[in-house]
Design a protein around this ligand. Sequence first.
Ligand code: IFM
Length: 445
Amino acid sequence: MTFPKDFLWGAATAAYQVEGAAFEDGRGPSIWDIFSHTPRKTLNGDDGDVACDHYHRYEEDLDWMEKLGLTAYRFSVSWSRVLPEGKRRVNEKGLDFYARLIDGLLNRGITPILTIYHWDLPQALQEKGGWANRDTTDRYAEYADLLFRRFGDLVPYWITHNEPWVASFMGHFTGEHAPGIQDLPTALTVAHHLLLSHSKAVEAFRTFHLPDGKIGITNVLTKGYPASDKDEDRQIALLFERLQNGWFLDPIFTGSYPLELIPILASYSDFSFIKEGDMEKINQPIDFLGINYYFRNIVRHAPEAQPLGFEILPPQGELTAMGWEVYPQGLLEVLKNVHSQYGSIPILITENGAAYDDLLTPDGRVEDRKRIQFLKSHLEKVDEAIAQGIPVIGYCVWSLMDNFEWAYGYSKRFGLLYIDYATLKRIPKESFYWYRELIAKTVTI
Ligand code: IFM
C-alpha cells in the first residue's frame, strides 16, 4: 500500500464513550446519562459514569497515541461539560479539559480533529423538546461558536455532527439510542434540524476566516446490494441507499432531499419542518466529508414491510462481534459512489474498525489477528480508491481504545488498546503494534 506522505493516520473516540467523570467539575447531564441510567436501556445496565476514565487519564492516553505514531486524533466535545444547561452559562473547567487535551496533541505533533456533536445532547435541552425543537439548532450554533472562539486557531479539522442518521433514526424512530423516542415523523424532523444546525455552525465558522481551519460533517455510509438479480430488488437496494446515504448527503451537496423518497414518506410527515431558506442554507460548501464505514446491507424487495417496502437480509460470510459482515469492497463502492455523485470533495475516513471478543492472555497480550485482517483489508480498499483518483486525506480507526458501545455497554471491544475495566489499565493489542508499523512505514518524520 502506498499512501500520500501527508495522509492523516488517526484513531477516533467520542466523549461519552471514553471520558467518564460524568458528575465532575460542573458537567451537566446529557441525554445519554439519563438513558443509560434508565432500566433495560443498555446491556447489563452499563453507563458512561466512569467509562475509560479518559477525563483523568488523558495524559497517559496522549502518550499511547504518541507511541502509536498517530498523526491525527479524532475526539468529540461533551456539550454539557462546557455548557451544563446547554446554553449561556459556560463551565470553564470543562473547556480547560479540552484545552489541555488539544495542547497535549499539538505538543506531540498530532493533528486534532474535533467533533462538535457525537450524540450527547444536554438533558436541559431535551426537556425543551430536544432536536425535535427547532430552537435547539440555535443553541447548537451558539455552542459551536463558543468552541470556534476558544479553539478555532488550534484545531484544523472540525466535524459538525457524527452520523446524524443514527442520532435521528436510532434515537427517535427505533428508540435504541437516547432519547429513546419511537416515532418516524419525529425522526424526520430531527434529521432536518440536525442538518440545519450543521449549516448554522458552518456559517458561524466562516465568520472567523481561519486560514487553516476546515469544516465538514461525518455520515455513516453503506452500500445496498440487491438480494437477487430481479429488477425490484435492484431498485429497492438503490432506494435503501438513497434513504441511508442520500437523506443526509443530498441536502448538503444538492440542496434537496432525495425526491424519490418524498411520496413514500409523505404518509408519515407533511415536511412542514422545512422552512423557507432552509435548503439553501444547508446546501453551502463544506471543506471535506467525513465517512464512517462498517458493513454493507443486502436488501430485498418486500412490499409488506413498512415504511419503505424493503427488508434487510441477515448478513453473510464472516461477521464481527457486532454481527456485522466483514465486507471491505463495500468501502470502495461507497467511496466511488460519493465521488461520482457529489464531486471531488476531500474525504476523511473518520471511522472504520471492528469489535471482536478479545481475550487477555495470562501474560498480558491480546492477539487480535482478526482485527488486523479487518483493518488491513479495508485500508487496501482505501489505497485502491486513492489510486483511482479519489481524494481520501486520512483514516481513523474506530477506536483508539475499548469503550462504552452505547446500548451494548462495555460488551463490545473496538479498541487498539484493550481496557481492563476492573483496573482501567490500557494494554496494547497486537493490532496496536501492527498499526504502529504501518504508520511508521508511510510517515517520514
Ligand atoms: O461506537 C460507535 C460510534 O460512536 C459511532 N460509529 C459507530 C461506532 C461503532 O458502533
